[in-house]
Write a protein that binds this ligand. Structure first.
Ligand code: CS2
Ligand code: MG
Length: 403
């Protein structure tokens, strides 16, 4: 099966997605997600200018060789742009190989290890009643695990919290990034009470998660994790900036709240200390930002040696193609933990038609051969690229802080 064309499709139905579309001499079409939120065109250029010409004429079955060729052959390794580009190729090739075999991709990855993937949904509210309503809404939609984000008195706009009734989308279509504020002391004072109230209202069984979004120092995170122990979190996410693996040693030595990290990491090397020293409980990487299924599977196999499980990133900026890749991999591996599921805007379905399902709290990739996603090129053209930026964060005195 020889690759004939490799085309990069940039389209903005609801938000921007970058997709690699590969066709073969046998007429099959394979798709890979190359969406890097807020820096989309850098990956589109990496793929279109430097990678696509190298794919023409290659054997689409050579998934491992192509991965190594692009990774080692670039000389400049790792980094979000490179790894997202390689991921798109890897996932598109897996899609083709599985279609050629006439099997849903998970069958080629070892077959189903479970009936479906436990998914968590997002609930955010500026104040408790709003948050409680949002949780009830998610439960009514079928979610059986909930990520809880709350407003903090004195902080005007906050990550994960939006006006009631409007869908949360962190990237805004503005010419420059929106600026938000942050105050760690106010957050640390307020959040334990919120999680206590939510645990009290919804009972002991419901898995609750919370995302700190990289904002605390190690000692603050250690204290925070300890203060949340009575509320039995499923995980505390990105409590410190992920690139400092050693910081987790200090957090870990003070708290038994389970830790999840890694949505911004992109290589197995970013995980060596985290996994080797058992400093986390869940791996947040998605195939899209970590070199695809080939590379993430290696990270997760290493994690399995330490009883660390998957908790793949599933925000709207992972496209329906990237989401399908996560679901096939998650269904097949033994050490699956949970899957983030932030449904895309309805308009996204005009361009991407998917086969995955969500019922009784569980996601399933479906039984279509390959990934099970189709891209409508004519529809994609109707949604031309629209720039959008993630917010920037500042402390009360104006200092830039991690967003
Ligand atoms: C978040 C993301 O889903 C999450 O856990 O941290 O929504 C994140 O803000 C975006 O994916 C950034 O692109
Ligand atoms: Mg996160």
């Amino acid at each position: 099966m020889i690759i004939e064309t490799a085309e990069v499709v940039v389209t903005s139905p609801g938000r921007t997605f970058v997709t690699l579309r590969i066709t073969t001499d046998e007429g099959l079409v394979g798709l890979g997600d190359a969406t890097l939120n807020g820096r989309e065109l850098a990956v589109a250029s990496y793929l279109g200018d430097h990678v696509a010409p190298l794919l023409i004429g290659r054997d689409a079955h050579a998934v491992e060789d192509t991965w190594q060729f692009l990774h080692r052959g670039a000389y400049w390794r790792r980094g979000p742009v490179t790894m997202t580009a390689i991921a798109a190729v890897d996932v598109a090739l897996w899609d083709l190989v599985a279609q050629r075999a006439g099997l849903p991709l998970y069958q080629l990855l070892g077959g189903a290890s479970r009936r479906g993937l436990l998914a968590y949904g997002h609930a955010g509210g500026r104040e408790l009643p709003e948050l409680s309503e949002a949780i009830h809404r998610r439960l009514a939609e079928g979610f059986r695990a909930i990520r809880v984000q709350s407003g903090v008195p004195g902080i005007a706009a906050l990550y994960g919290v939006t006006d009631p009734g409007t869908a949360y989308e962190p990237a805004r279509r503005t010419a420059r990034p929106v600026e938000e504020q942050w105050d760690s002391r106010a957050y640390l004072r307020h959040l334990p009470g919120v999680l206590e109230a939510v645990r009290h209202e919804f009972g002991p069984a419901l898995p609750l998660l919370h995302d700190v979004h990289h904002r605390l120092t190690p000692i603050e995170a250690a204290r925070f994790g300890r203060s949340l122990e009575p509320y039995d979190l499923f995980w505390l996410e990105d409590c410190t900036p992920a690139e400092n693996q050693e910081a987790l040693r200090l957090v870990r030595s003070h708290t038994v709240t389970p830790l999840a990290i890694g949505e911004v990491l992109n290589s197995v090397h970013d995980y060596r200390t985290l996994i080797g020293e058992q400093l986390v409980d869940f791996i947040r990487s998605s195939p899209t930002h970590t070199g695809g299924i080939t590379a993430l599977r290696r990270i997760l196999d290493l994690a399995a040696l330490h009883q660390i499980r998957s908790g793949m990133h599933g925000p709207t900026d992972v496209s329906p193609v990237g989401m399908a890749a996560a679901l096939h991999l998650g269904l097949a591996i033994h050490n699956f933990g949970i899957q983030e599921y932030m449904p895309h805007a309805a308009v996204t379905a005009d361009v991407f038609e998917t086969s995955f399902t969500f019922a009784e709290g569980l996601l399933h990739p479906g039984e279509r051969p390959g990934l099970g996603v189709r891209l409508d090129l004519a529809a994609a053209e109707k949604y031309p690229y629209q720039p959008a930026y993630l917010p920037v964060n500042r402390l009360p005195d104006g200092t830039v802080h991690d967003w």
